[in-house]
Write a protein that binds this ligand. Structure first.
Ligand SMILES: *Cc1c(COP(=O)(O)O)cnc(C)c1O
Length: 408
């Protein structure tokens, strides 16, 4: 069998390797189909998805509600930029703002209801940084060790990973990185020139590391006191992933700006920077995006937010996550039972298993066993299944993970 340009299926990796930009390494598997928490490769082998495309598919692959919303909207209107009003965009704004209002409430700066729509996490971070500079008239930012915010120049400048940054120096100037969970370092770094402080409540790429509530409280207080905006990156943690709608709720954070992407799109590309209404708006012409809040993306996003709400998926992530934690804890090293597992971390269905050695062989064994999981740095195994994963799928996956950890 050949496809319409004459390639045989076994050529797929060859074609991709010949053309890919090289920035991301692939596993030697060709995934061709997904449904819920399952993926299939081109040989028909099935995988339990414990990655959700890096936290993108919280409602699972090809959720029927999302598929039908996309189908309907595709027949009606797919593409429109912000030069006209649109029914789907209006519905999306109010659905998202409604959820944010329910979850975050109102501060003296208003509700999280001013929304810049874009198409990725990095773009959402760019918008947040630009807005913080515009609003404060200041130029500096404070970010954290272990933080990841994307790979465009602004987002990369607040990301901490040296290996990602160094080849691209000089980056955007004026960013100070301080140790995560170190409030004193924040107090020393935030000045009258600081436009904003950007933080993840649970660092994803940085190894599933959680900020503690006192630290976040201090960061927030210091920002208020010195006139810097408090920016929380919920790109990976948002939309139920950690067992609450947003990770901020675990620590009582009241950000001035939240950045969203990944699961926001319900399976299509979408990002958003959302700030408090009292902070005002950009001046006309100062920011924009052709594809932002396209009707097609809005339709998928609305459908996926409704599924999260109707099926109480954040609560489900909380309940399932607690069980997974309990089961995985049996693998943690103790004096009388040494294992390769140092610690199990995270919340809800964002789970990090820190190993005493490289995670690569474990991930390889899991692919063979039919579990699609993720690393988070060199020695952390990251499990982020779709929140719709069935109990049976999840316990099978956890059983296979435990077997792979014991066998490693
Ligand atoms: C994935 C991610 C980003 C970047 O999102 P892209 O869509 O890949 O640009 C930023 N911040 C966090 C916390 C992320 O997990």
């Amino acid at each position: 069998m050949t496809d319409d340009i004459g390639h045989r299926p076994e050529d797929i990796p060859g074609i991709e390797d010949a053309h890919a930009s090289g920035g991301v390494r692939r596993r030697p598997v060709t995934i061709v189909r997904g449904a819920g928490a399952r993926l299939w490769d081109d040989t028909g082998k099935e995988y339990i998805d414990c990655a959700s495309a890096h936290g993108w598919t919280n409602v699972g692959h090809c959720h029927p509600d999302v598929v039908s919303a996309i189908e309907q909207q595709a027949r009606c209107l797919m593409a429109l930029n912000e030069s006209a009003y649109n029914d789907k965009r209006a519905q999306w704004y109010s659905t998202l703002a409604g959820i944010l209002d329910n979850q975050f409430g109102t501060t003296d700066r208003g509700a999280l209801s001013r929304i810049h729509a874009c198409n990725s996490g990095a773009e959402a971070v760019e918008a947040a940084l630009k807005f913080a500079r515009f609003y404060t008239g200041r130029t500096q930012f404070v970010a954290f060790g272990g933080g990841f915010h994307g790979r465009t120049f602004g987002a990369l400048s607040v990301t901490s990973t040296r290996r990602y940054r160094e080849p691209f120096d000089p980056l955007v100037p004026g960013v100070t990185h301080v140790p995560f969970n170190d409030a004193e370092a924040v107090a020393a770094a935030v000045t009258d020139d600081t436009a904003g402080v950007i933080v993840e409540i649970i660092q994803g790429e940085g190894g599933v590391r959680e900020a503690n509530a006192e630290f976040i409280g201090e960061v927030q207080r210091i920002c208020r006191e010195r006139g810097a905006l408090f920016i929380v990156d919920e790109i990976q943690t948002g939309f139920g992933r950690t067992g609450r709608w947003f990770a901020c709720q675990h620590v009582g954070a009241e950000p001035d700006i939240v950045v969203l992407a990944k699961a926001l799109g319900g399976g299509l590309p979408m990002g958003a920077a959302v700030w408090r209404s009292g902070l005002g708006q950009f001046e006309t012409g100062l920011h924009g995006s052709t594809f932002g809040a396209a009707p097609l993306a809005c339709a998928a996003s609305i459908a996926s937010m409704r599924v999260l709400e109707r099926d109480a998926l954040p609560e489900r992530a909380d309940a399932l996550g607690k069980r997974v934690h309990e089961e995985l804890r049996s693998c943690v090293s103790t004096p009388d039972q040494p294992t390769i597992v140092r610690e199990v971390r995270g919340r809800g269905l964002m789970i990090g298993v820190e190993l005493r050695r490289s995670v690569t062989p474990v991930l390889r064994a899991l692919v063979d066993a039919g579990v699609w999981a993720l690393p988070a740095g060199k020695n952390v195994l990251r499990l982020m299944p779709p929140l719709v994963i069935t109990e049976e799928e999840l316990s099978r996956a956890v059983g296979l993970v435990i077997a792979a950890l014991r066998g490693a």
